[in-house]
Design a protein around this ligand. Structure first.
Ligand code: GLA
Length: 732
């Protein structure tokens, strides 16, 4: 049983294949966290508890032991209002203004079937779920803290539900998804920071005393920080060392933090950002937090990533399935920008014939009167100036040339110059009479309002129902400002950002349910909303508006810390690149993009015959390795964030291995050529040491043991930005 309860010691033990998570009900019915780490046999861990002189740490009245202060104990779901000064998981205010909480264990249930989270994306399945009912004394406010174990993935999910069983209104001011107290501060904090065009760069720093938090206050997870945090032992690398990882299945404002106290313990937390958040809970109502995904790895960051990848591939909404055929897409954005008409699109489509591309995606500019980014968002009807005969001739042209048709939309937005805004100015998030902000000259629609999501269900639904569309790129090109909803009363204004997310999830649930044949691709100015919440509905996302292969080495390696490579869309784009003007070989661009959901973002009409032939070769090769990218185990071999002594810095290598270890795809890319560069030997990972593999490109046979323990010497590259791949096949 992955979840056990020892009634003598009142201890709960949650076991995955390689880890244990243990807590117990202690004196006074308080929940103490005991342990999270390598798998343990059932054991009484009470002797782990620290006893130390804790002056200025409060005790419960009547207690004489100085060692059990609430400020010192490792808590399982800490609340504000007792003696714990560390960051709480929950804060609430009662109608008399009191904010004092005292949560105690009441009962628990172990379930076989995991209940879904109302209105929120979450993992499904799991081996067992534990629901702990806690109650505040004397108000009676109930908090249900839930855990689900995914044994084989070494993952435990957590969330909380606050049920107002008090008979009066309660205001929830903070409700995090998970909080874990670790007995040491001897960790590095690893986060994914970034910016537009430079998303998910790995940043690692040693923990220090006090609070260190990664967060978003933007109403979207954002380019700047990702809803993820890892704590890694200082010696942990890709293959060895302890790592704790936490990710949030949520696409709005979040916080992921580590707080180190004066006793050198660390409180790891993740959840909804309490900044500008509060939620009015009437009697009988309940509030559910998003779900946190926690994983422990004793085998470094690589194992942490594979744990996340496996659980997302196995249990996260549309990402599920071991081999999803991701279509090879060509997108016209960098080929034409806004400057196209029916003839131009059709000649572009015709030029794709025979190249092995599955889907043509028509990007921004096809609707309203949109000739640039100043107008028309919200007017989801065809731009007759550009496409006088509608979408049909373009779709027919795709079909005639052996491709499906996809389309770009940005439903959450409205341009001031649009019919929608002229009709419903109050549907935008802003406060009438106050100055307001635009971003890319557009406003955000108030998705906390039912009439707005109903309108979008109807208009986007009609677009998909009336046209033969198999792919939708769903963009979102600014973050929320002017946080005011004309649909909410004054005392519910701080609910807006979370209600926006619930509205968006409801809209996506409706559309993905009604149009199951459509593949949705998420996008937000590139990778500005790359999180497990969006991936639940949209199994892949445009990873960055920076389509340069060399920039993508870091962006894709960083993203892979948490998200499966098949969730990243990556396209071969023009050279010189449009974002950084870098000139990169076609082969390098292909190999980097093929390490993800593959496609093109260029004009085939501008290519020479050699490049066109290269496309046909790349698409044929991608069909051979598509199942590895979609369902294989991913290993980062050389991390592009690591500078190497002696030159040869920030090159990158990674590989995909089939689940049965019979095949692998290895990619190696060099950034800058190093004069008299030292030879580079790379040790592969994840192979079967007893097997002999044929490496096609080297026309030679190699033992799995040799490749993993001795390594493979890379050829000396004379040129910058060169790359190569190896295709490994087990010799029968
Ligand atoms: C965003 C996207 C791009 C493209 C443009 C269109 O920036 O990330 O890929 O779709 O919008 O306006």
């Amino acid at each position: 049983m992955p979840i056990t309860y020892q009634s003598e010691t009142r201890t709960f033990q949650l076991d995955t294949a390689h880890s244990s998570y243990i807590f117990r009900v202690y004196d006074g019915d308080y929940l103490f966290h005991e342990y999270w780490g390598r798998k343990l046999r059932p054991v009484d861990l009470i002797r782990l508890h620290a006893t130390c002189a804790s002056g200025f740490s409060p005790n419960w009245a009547g207690y004489t032991s100085t060692s059990q202060s609430l400020d010192l104990i490792p808590a399982e779901y800490p609340v504000y209002g007792g003696g714990d000064y560390r960051s709480p998981a929950m804060e609430a205010a009662f109608s008399d203004g009191s904010r004092l909480l005292d949560l105690k264990y009441v009962s628990h249930t172990i379930l076989k079937q995991k209940p879904s989270l109302p209105g929120l994306p979450a993992l499904d399945g799991g081996d067992a779920t534990l629901e702990l009912a806690l109650a505040d004394h004397p108000s009676g406010l109930t908090v249900i803290v839930s855990y689900t174990v995914y044994e084989e993935c070494d993952v435990i999910t957590r969330h909380a539900e606050i049920v107002n069983t008090t008979g009066e209104m309660v205001r929830v001011n903070r409700a995090l998804s998970a909080s874990v107290d670790l007995g040491s501060m001897d960790y590095d904090l690893i986060g994914l920071r970034g910016a537009y065009l430079r998303e998910r760069q790995v940043e690692r720093r040693p923990l220090r005393h006090g609070m260190q938090a990664l967060e978003s206050r933007r109403g979207a997870s954002g380019h700047q920080m990702n809803p993820f945090l890892a704590l890694a032992a200082p010696n942990a690398d890709e293959e060895t060392g302890e790592v704790y990882g936490a990710a949030l299945i949520y696409s709005g404002s979040f916080i992921a933090s580590a707080e180190v106290d004066c006793f050198n313990t660390t409180r790891l937390q993740i959840g909804l950002n309490p900044f500008d958040f509060s939620w009015k809970l009437e009697p009988g109502e309940s509030f559910t937090t998003p779900e946190a995904v926690l994983t422990y790895s004793a085998e470094g960051l690589g194992r942490m990533s594979r744990n996340f990848h496996t659980v997302f591939r196995g249990h996260l909404g549309k990402v599920k399935g071991t081999r999803r055929p991701n279509p090879i897409v060509i997108n016209n954005w960098e080929a034409t920008y806004f400057d196209f008409d029916e003839e131009k699109l059709c000649s572009l489509i015709r030029s794709c014939k025979g190249l092995g591309i599955d889907t043509f995606v028509l990007d921004d500019g096809w609707f309203g009167k949109r000739d640039d980014d100043t107008t028309s968002l919200g007017d989801w009807f065809v731009h007759r100036g550009k496409l006088p005969n509608g979408l049909k001739p373009v779709i027919d042209c795709c079909r005639e040339n052996g491709m499906s048709f996809g389309i770009w939309v940005e439903p959450e937005m409205v341009s001031e110059d649009s019919e929608l805004y002229r009709t419903h100015p109050d549907w935008a998030i802003q406060k009438e009479g106050r100055p307001y902000c635009t971003g890319r000259q557009q406003l955000v629609l108030d998705l906390s309002r039912r009439e707005v999501t109903d309108y979008l269900k109807e208009t986007i639904g009609r677009l998909l129902a009336e046209n033969d569309i198999s792919y939708v790129k769903w963009d979102m090109n600014r973050n929320i400002t002017d946080q005011y909803s004309s649909g909410l009363p004054a005392d519910r204004q701080p609910e807006l950002l979370h209600r926006y997310m619930l509205g968006l999830y409801d809209l996506l649930e409706d559309l993905t349910d009604r149009f199951p044949q459509v593949v949705f691709e998420g996008c937000s100015g590139g990778g500005g909303r790359f999180d497990a919440g969006m991936l639940y509905y949209m199994p892949q996302a445009w990873t960055s508006d920076d389509s340069d292969a060399i920039e993508r080495l870091k962006i894709q390696a960083g993203t892979s810390l948490v998200y499966p490579p098949r969730c990243m869309t990556a396209h071969v784009s023009a050279s010189p690149n449009h974002q950084v003007e870098r000139v990169t070989p076609f082969k390098t661009r292909g190999l980097v993009a093929m390490s993800a959901s593959f496609g093109y973002e260029l004009n085939p009409l501008s290519l020479d015959e050699e490049e066109r032939a290269a496309i046909a070769e790349q698409t044929a090769y991608y069909h051979r390795i598509n199942d590895l990218v979609a369902g294989g185990d991913f290993y980062r071999l050389v991390c592009p964030f690591k500078q190497r002594p002696n030159g040869g810095g920030d090159d990158a290598a990674w590989m995909f291995v089939s689940p049965d270890k019979s095949r692998a795809f290895v990619m190696y890319a060099q950034r800058l050529a190093v004069p008299a560069g030292p030879p580079r030997r790379i040790r592969l990972q994840g192979l079967d040491p007893r097997v002999v593999y044929r490496i096609e490109e080297l026309d030679g046979d190699f033992g799995g043991d040799e490749l993993m323990y001795a390594g493979l010497t890379m050829p000396y590259f004379m040129a910058d930005f060169d790359a190569l791949c190896f295709t490994l096949i087990r010799k029968i």
